[in-house]
Structures are given as C-alpha cells and as structure tokens.
Design a protein around this ligand. Structure first.
Ligand code: MSP
Length: 533
C-alpha cells in the first residue's frame, strides 16, 4: 500500500473490485488499464491522486468456486488474489490501494455503515422471492430472462429460484432524491446512453433490494442478526471506502472518510451500472455521506460478438497477450482502438495492424528518422532555433499550439481513443512534413538554417507526442523522452509530475538546444503477423 501525500487538487478514483471466482481476464484488465491512464494523466496535471483497485471476495459465486476446488473460501481467495496483483504489475498498473472485501477492516467499516443505515430505519426484514443469477449475484426481473430461464449476461447459466427471508434496504425511499441528483448533476452518469438507461430504470419505480442472504456462510454476518449473511454487493461497494484507510488507522468510517472521500470517479463496466449509479448513491444518502462526482460505465470487450467472461469461458489470457506483444502494446490497443463507453471486439489481426501502423510505422519511424537526420545534418545536436522564429503557420506548430489543450480535454472526458488519435495526427503530419520539406535536398543546397528549422519542428513534435501519450504507453514514452535527452521516467510518476508538468511539457516549443540528445534506438519493433500454415 502506498502512502500518497496530498499536495495539489485531490483526485481519487476506483476500478471495480473484481470477483475472484477465477483468474483475471482481459475484461478485468481493461478497466484497470483505463483507470491507470486516468491516474497518470491526473498526476501530470499536478494533482494528488489515489487509485483504488482490489477484489470482491464474498458471496455464493466465490463460495461455490472454492467448493469446486475443495478449498475453504478464504484459502481459495488467497490463492487467486496474487494473480490479480501480478497481472497489474505486468500491465504496469500503479495503484495506490488494493482493497480486499473479505479483510477485517472492511468488516469493521461495513458494520458501522450498516448501523447508520439501520438507525435511519432504512433496513427491514421481508420475504424475497425471485430469480437469482449467481454469476451476476443479482436478482433478475422475469422479463429480462432469456428462454430457459437463462441470464441475459451469463447466457449459459440458468437463474435459480429463491424464496427466503432477507433484510431489505429501503431503496424506494430514495427515488426522488436520486432523480433530483441525475437532473442537477447531468454528468454524474456517463456516457449519456448509460445515464438514459438509469433514468428509465429509476423512472419505472424503484423497489427495495435485499441486502442479506440465508443459507450462505461466506460473507459478513448481519450485525443485528448473525443468522443472516450480508449480500455480497453491500460489502463490495463499501470496499471502496475501507480502501481509504491508512495502514495504521483505526478501522472507523471517520478515519476512512477523512482524506480522500468522496471519490471523483468510479470506472466500471456497463453490467454493474445499477449498483453504482442507483444503489451506491442511495446507500450514501441514507448514511448521510457525500456522493461521488462521476460514474463512468464502459462497454464490453467481445470476442466474435459475445461478451468475454470467466463464466462464458471465451476469454483472452492477458498474461499471454502481454508476453507476446508487450505491456504498452496491450495498453495502447485497448485504449486507442476501442471507444471508451462502447463495446469493442478483439481481433488479433486488427491488434497487430494497429500497433504496426501507429507505434512502429508512424511514431517509432518518426523518432528514428528525425534522430538519424539530426545526427547527419546537425552533428547530433538539437538545432538552435528559437520557437518565435518558427511561424505559427508552420503545419506542425499550428497543430502543436492547441494539441496539449485538446488532448487534455480528451483525457478529462475519458475519450482515450480521441486523445491518441489527436496525437497521432501530429505524428502523421510530422512524417508528411519531412517528406514535403525534404531536408536532405535543403542540406545539399547548403540551406542549413532551413534544414535546422525543419528538424527542430519535427523533433519538438515527436517530443510532444511522446509526452501526451505517456499516460497510455508510459514505457515507450520514457524511451522516446530519454532519446530526446530528458532524464525523465514516466513510470516514476511523482518525479515525472515535478520534472515534466503538463502545464509546460504539453506546450509546443519546449525543446532547447542546450539539451544533449540520447542514443537512437527503435522504441517499438514491428510485429510480424503469425504465419497461417
Ligand atoms: N465484483 C463485482 C464488482 C464490485 S465493485 C464494488 C464485479 N466483478 S467482475 O469481476 O465480475 O467484473 C468486474 C468488472 O469487469 C466489471 O466492470 C465488468 O464490466 C468488467 N468486465 C468483465 N468482463 C468484461 C468484458 N468482457 N469486457 C469489459 N469489461 C468486462 O462485477
């Protein structure tokens, strides 16, 4: 666990807490990659950032998975969790807190929270009848079900009938306040399509939801009645709060809420929208706690058009993918190629094409070409050209002057694909500029000043591109930056934020001739498509 000192503006965000019923798959990696890119970008802005991730360990789904392996649930979770930790490391995810919902700290927070809601008279005992999907850990409306009583998300799993005494949370009481929230804070739920989905759902009338289970041991006991076990989603959502405890804090709500709460952003997938956009704010309203700023629900990664998932069994192994193609390649593909908020299909041929086109041909080549030319035509020194001497109409400067602002807007709106595309437009314009200006001809004609202007503009554009892509491909950006003579490592985020703050490094025209260029090396090697024999 990291200790993060709060200096600038505070920005706390979460990934979902992942079920540990199986090894992590690329779907779980997707949100975490996005969250890491947001955290990195926010740090470059100079903000104090806390990135929370972790695992959701209670409930019937995990209990059954443990039983199938002949383990007790805690042992089972303890075996699976390290796979998440090591995958995050492999994907270069620099999280600050790893929250495990079965941890005693979470138990203490859940108990205190439950008590507050209980004292508000928002919990009562009732009878729950309905169809339950164990894979979703959620009751389903009969009209949502597919033929054969199958869950629409876990299509190979029939739902199970339940008729049992449960404790209920008075969600219905919060309907008006929730609708008011969605109207007063229109960007509380994003993207817009998801907001509409929630509005429709809440407008249809909210029903109280059950927050306890009987005949299930794996979970926290209901404080008022230990014969009942708390519903997995109740303690899962509170896992975000207990993650905020510092290592030596007493596990109390007051301590957990004192520094980072409320969250600025919960990043989730669209299947868990209701829990975050309806249940969570209502629970927080009941306990009189402030609400998060934003819930952003992304789409599903599909393979051959079907949601990839552990239950469906059509996943891609993220470890194999990273081992074959590299961390930044995987990060780039998912953030650039899939519009955040929409579904996106994974296809290995497309994967290779995108990486070769963008990172090997466009960006990698640009850097290589320009460093080669600077070596040849300027003795390997950054040309001494004052930014003012490059006219604003210079096609690269013209893009560069507003790119930092545009890319900032894109990252802030979580349109990662747009951020990458904008940067790529500068990279492509730079390659074209070299071809159009033909510095080799200018050199032969003895027009050294003109050569230097061209090379400076291109070098500077390559630098800006590397900087702006650093939240997505931090290691490639670091290699590029070091070749451009900076002693900056984007994987040392705190140092990078100090040495290369967004405010200055996102501006075109920063490179100066005092700096010594490093040794040129390919930053991304072209991937050879697998042979089809
Ligand atoms: N444990 C709950 C979350 C509790 S948060 C307090 C859960 N876990 S999960 O492991 O099943 O899913 C976690 C996240 O992974 C969800 O946001 C889900 O949308 C995402 N994904 C799972 N499969 C996915 C794809 N195929 N594609 C993209 N994301 C997907 O739900």
């Amino acid at each position: 666990m990291n200790r993060v000192d709060i200096t600038g503006k505070r920005f706390a965000l979460t990934t979902p807490l992942y079920y540990v019923n199986d090894l992590p798959h690329i779907g779980s990696a997707y949100t975490t990659i996005a969250a890491d890119a947001v955290a990195r970008f926010q740090r470059l802005l100079g903000n104090s950032v806390l990135l929370v991730t972790g695992t959701d360990e209670h409930g019937q789904k995990i209990q059954r998975s443990a039983e199938a392996k002949g383990l007790n649930p805690q042992e089972f979770c303890d075996e699976i969790v390290p796979n998440f930790v090591s995958l995050w490391e492999l994907l270069n995810i620099q999280y600050d807190r790893f929250s495990r919902t079965s941890a005693p700290n979470n138990g203490a927070i859940v108990k205190e929270f439950f008590q507050r809601v209980w004292e508000k008279d928002d919990i009562y005992l009732g009878q729950q009848k309905g169809w339950y999907c164990v894979s979703c850990e959620e009751f389903k409306d009969e009209r949502e079900l597919l033929e054969g009583n199958r869950c629409p998300i876990h299509t190979n799993k029939p739902v199970e009938w339940r008729d049992e005494e449960n404790y209920f949370f008075r969600l219905s009481k919060y309907q008006d306040r929730l609708l008011k929230l969605y109207h007063e804070q229109p960007d509380f739920i994003q993207p817009e399509s998801r907001r509409n989905e929630v509005l429709n759902f809440v407008n249809q009338g909210l029903q109280d939801f059950s927050i306890s289970r009987v005949n299930l041991d794996w979970g926290f006991p209901v404080p008022e009645n230990p014969k009942h076990t708390l519903y997995v989603w109740f303690d899962a959502l509170l896992g975000y709060i207990s993650a905020l405890l510092e290592p030596d804090d007493e596990p109390t709500l007051a301590a957990a809420l004192s520094k980072w709460f409320p969250f600025n952003l919960h990043l989730i997938g669209k299947d868990i929208l209701r829990f975050h956009a309806v249940y969570l704010p209502a629970m927080l309203m009941s306990s009189e706690l402030p609400l998060p700023n934003k819930i952003f629900a992304h789409g599903f990664l599909t393979k051959d058009g079907r949601k990839m998932g552990k239950t469906t069994g059509n996943t891609i192994d993220p470890v194999a993918l990273v081992n074959t193609y590299g961390t930044d390649a995987v990060r780039y593909y998912f953030l650039k190629e899939i519009e955040f908020g929409k579904d996106g299909d994974f296809n290995e041929v497309r994967f290779i094409d995108v990486l070769n086109a963008d990172l090997a041909n466009d960006f990698g080549n640009l850097l290589n070409r320009i460093l080669g030319m600077v070596k040849k035509y300027c003795d390997g020194n950054i040309p001494s050209v004052a930014n003012e001497n490059i006219p604003a109409e210079n096609p690269l400067k013209a893009i560069g002057l507003h790119l930092g602002e545009d890319v900032k807007n894109a990252y802030e709106a979580l349109t990662f694909s747009q951020a990458c595309t904008l940067v790529l437009s500068l990279v492509q314009a730079s390659n074209k500029f070299i071809d159009d200006q033909a510095p080799w001809t200018l050199y032969k004609q003895g027009q050294q000043a003109a050569v230097e202007k061209v090379l400076y503009a291109v070098l500077e554009s390559a630098r800006l591109a590397a900087y702006l892509l650093s939240p997505v491909i931090p290691s490639i950006s670091t290699a590029a930056y070091q070749q451009l003579g900076f002693d900056i490592d984007f994987n040392n985020q705190i140092n990078a934020a100090i040495a290369a703050p967004y405010q200055t490094h996102s501006q075109w025209g920063l490179l100066n001739c005092e700096q010594q260029l490093g040794i040129p090396q390919p930053i991304f090697r072209r991937i050879e498509p697998p042979k089809n024999d």
